[in-house]
Design a binder for this molecule. Structure first.
Ligand SMILES: Cc1cc2nc3c(=O)[nH]c(=O)nc-3n(C[C@H](O)[C@H](O)[C@H](O)COP(=O)(O)OP(=O)(O)OC[C@H]3O[C@@H](n4cnc5c(N)ncnc54)[C@H](O)[C@@H]3O)c2cc1C
Length: 390
């Protein structure tokens, strides 16, 4: 029977990052990935901050396009801003995951594709997992990083029900892009409920076009309406079948037990305002690796991973909490007022603040700096905002 120091369930970016760091520290690691191919199918837009790209060489090597600003549209109002420098990048998520895997394997990680756990059984020192193929693996520790839509955390008693699920659909398309250095965001409660639609340029005339919604409606129909009702998309040529997926929103309370912990989308380590989870999730994977390495070094016979929960509460939960406040405010405000906020921000001073401080990883800080421009129209939501902040 194969025995490991760590088994990681899920070969997405979070699991692969954790696996790589644990193997680099000298421990034996295997990743169990359900799909036959790492990185495929891909559901993600791959929009990441400049900070993310400078941190991960795998992101630098898979950049498709640089982004300097955005155009946000709501009702008849549009706010467009653009800086001289790149603030974000569209990366090729499939290649990014494959590169993470390649580098992890080079440093000793074993990857089993087309496999998934069926049951879990605790022995004295090791926990055994039986895979669907019948194979049995044993390990001292586990990282559950199987994404938003998997039941694996339940097998380990670490399931946290998200506060909200956002349903998404996205496709690749070819179209004429007015400016390929900005992303296009569409706010429209009738179409997207309390989420939004997007066009993210990935090349000279290629984009990712998609939408998210908290409405319980046929998402394919919403997608068709988005395409047909959006002037910019009238001549878009949708290249492949759209991919539907989900974004989990909330704060996970139970993220670790004695020898297993949960990270990334499986632990709702996702920004509640934008749904971005690469930055927070990979950071979660890094904390997971740090806790596992230290536990295995201090007591390999009986690792205790409960410290992970404390670290996540200190380092990730505050970002998610602030995002939840922004999301509550976003949900409260009707489109006509969102449109008037866009108008209030359509001036050189506000745009300067957005381009100077705008960071997709920390929208809260920019939001605070912009408050003075929208204070008056925001006043009527004061009570609701106060309630959200408590
Ligand atoms: C439409 C959309 C657009 C997005 N755009 C962005 C963006 O632009 N920027 C950003 O930062 N974030 C974005 N996100 C979020 C981002 O994709 C996720 O936060 C990120 O992929 C989380 O990584 P993960 O490793 O936790 O999960 P995943 O990437 O989902 O990886 C989980 C892996 O586990 C595997 N798995 C699942 N079940 C099992 C099982 N039972 N056994 C074994 N393996 C299993 C899966 O096959 C998968 O390979 C987007 C999400 C959506 C839905």
């Amino acid at each position: 029977m194969e025995e490991y120091d760590t088994i990681v369930i899920g070969g997405g970016p979070v699991g692969l990052r954790a696996a790589h760091l644990i193997a680099e520290a000298g421990f034996t690691v295997t990743v169990v990935e359900k799909n036959k191919e790492i990185g495929f199918p891909n559901h993600c837009s791959g929009l990441v901050s400049a900070n993310f790209v400078s941190k991960y060489t795998e992101a630098q090597e898979t950049v498709l396009n640089g982004i300097k600003g955005a155009m946000v549209t709501c009702e008849n109002s549009t706010l467009e801003f653009k800086d001289a420098k790149f603030h974000a990048f569209a990366i090729d998520r499939e290649k990014f995951d494959k590169l993470l895997a390649k580098k992890a394997v080079k440093d000793g990680v074993k990857i089993l594709t087309g496999e998934e756990p069926e049951s879990v059984k605790k022995n004295s020192r090791f926990t055994g997992i039986k895979l669907k193929s019948g194979k049995i693996l044993q390990s001292r520790t586990f990282v559950i990083a199987s994404g938003a839509n998997s039941g694996v955390s339940k097998l380990f008693g670490l399931y946290n029900k998200p506060m909200e699920i956002i349903h998404t659909i996205q496709a690749e398309a070819e179209m004429e892009i007015p400016d390929k250095e900005i992303v296009y965001v569409f706010i429209n409660k009738k179409l997207f409920g309390n989420w939004f639609g997007w066009i993210i340029p990935t090349g000279n005339n290629t984009v990712k076009v998609g939408l998210g919604t908290d409405k319980k409606e046929d998402i394919m129909k919403l997608f068709d309406r988005f395409i047909s009702e959006t002037e910019m998309l009238k001549n878009a040529n949708i290249r492949k079948n759209p991919v539907a997926w989900i974004i989990p929103i909330g704060i996970s309370q139970k993220t670790a037990n004695l020898n297993a912990l949960v990270a990334g989308d499986s632990a709702t380590q996702v920004k509640p305002l934008s749904g971005g989870g690469l930055f927070t999730g990979m950071f979660g994977g890094e904390i997971a690796a740090q806790v596992i390495v230290s536990a295995l070094k201090s007591n390999p016979e009986s690792a205790d991973l409960s410290k992970y929960e404390t670290l996540v509460f200190e380092k990730i939960t505050p970002t998610v909490k602030r995002g939840l406040i922004l999301r509550k405010i976003y949900k409260t405000i009707p489109d006509k007022d969102k449109a008037s906020f866009l108008e209030a921000l359509d001036n050189p001073e506000a745009k300067k603040i957005i381009t100077t401080y705008g960071d997709i990883d920390y929208p809260y800080l920019t939001g605070l700096k912009l408050l003075k421009f929208v204070r008056k129209p925001l006043l009527k939501y004061f009570t609701e905002m106060l309630r959200s902040a408590i």
